[in-house]
Design a protein around this ligand. Structure first.
Ligand SMILES: [Zn+2]
Length: 282
């Protein structure tokens, strides 16, 4: 089985409250870093899992109704923190990114898609169908900003049905073997957003589970510590969210050697990420 190279990075952050992320915690303002991953596959080439924020988010949230989204999530991103810039700095031309796996369509995961003109996009059928025709308030309710998708998005999109993926994990359930070589397995983590997917990767440093927003911080999946119920307003399904978090929790208990990466966990980024110093840019 091929082994992947893996780097965890982040592009920008929004602020939130600790008591929203962890029910019962103190009401402290915390940074919600928008992580993404750079992955290199020996034959499939350069791959991203999500993209983080770009400054496009500011332009796209200037008008009603997406301004509501912008106001609810005060966001900070500088151009040098954007994914394309970081990749260029490390010697990877953004034009050479072959695949971008989209965990779900919230703006902090897709704001950079337009910077990768040759990438093929991979998302779950459920995730894309839930947002594809949404505009206005219906889009804002899904934290979806249609103009962040490239014009030719659909012609470059591969929709996957996790159930048809051909393999299985005792805790994560059905897995979709993206490259038919066992190195890049997609799993269903629906709930936070409909059809959200995570990825179980076989990397040079061992197995890594990208848990997307099924858990925001490690306390969520380690201790089944749920977010405050206030966040239910923005979730597709609270019931499904709890099922997906439990999957990650059970997987964690059974596979302690696997590095699990929630999308917005500062401690995880500190431990395994390449942390660009984030400047205070409004
Ligand atoms: Zn999200």
């Amino acid at each position: 089985m091929p082994k992947l190279k893996f780097e965890l990075r982040s592009s920008g952050y929004c602020t939130s409250h600790k008591n929203h992320v962890l029910a019962g915690a103190k009401r402290e303002t915390i940074r919600f870093y928008a992580t993404w991953a750079y992955i290199y596959h020996p034959t499939k080439g350069h791959i991203l899992f999500d993209t983080g924020y770009t400054k496009r988010f500011y332009a796209a949230t200037k008008k009603f109704p997406s301004i509501i989204y912008g106001k609810m999530t005060p966001t900070f991103i500088g151009e040098k923190e954007e994914a394309w810039y970081q990749l260029q700095e490390k010697g990877v031309n953004p034009k050479d990114i072959n695949y971008i796996i989209i965990s779900h369509f919230h703006a902090d995961h897709v704001a950079g898609l337009k910077d990768f003109p040759n990438a093929k996009f991979v998302a779950s059928i459920e995730a894309y169908h839930d947002v594809k025709d949404k505009t206005g308030i219906a889009a804002v309710r899904r934290a979806f900003i249609p103009e962040l998708l490239p014009e030719d998005f659909e012609s470059r999109l591969q929709l996957v049905n996790i159930c048809e993926g051909g393999c299985n994990d005792n805790h994560l359930g059905q897995l979709f073997d993206l490259f038919d070589d066992g190195s890049f397995l997609l799993c269903d983590l629906t709930g936070h957003a409909k059809g959200q997917i995570g990825a179980l990767l076989e990397t040079e440093e061992g197995r890594i589970l990208l848990a997307a927003d099924a858990a925001w911080v490690e306390e969520n999946y380690k201790n089944m510590h749920l977010p405050s119920q206030i966040v239910r307003l923005f979730f597709d399904s609270w019931v499904d969210y709890k099922v997906s978090l439990k999957k990650v929790h059970d997987f964690y208990l059974a596979n302690r050697e696997v590095v699990i990466i929630p999308c917005h966990c500062a401690a995880t980024i500190e431990r395994v990420g390449i942390h660009e110093d984030v400047s205070e840019i409004g």
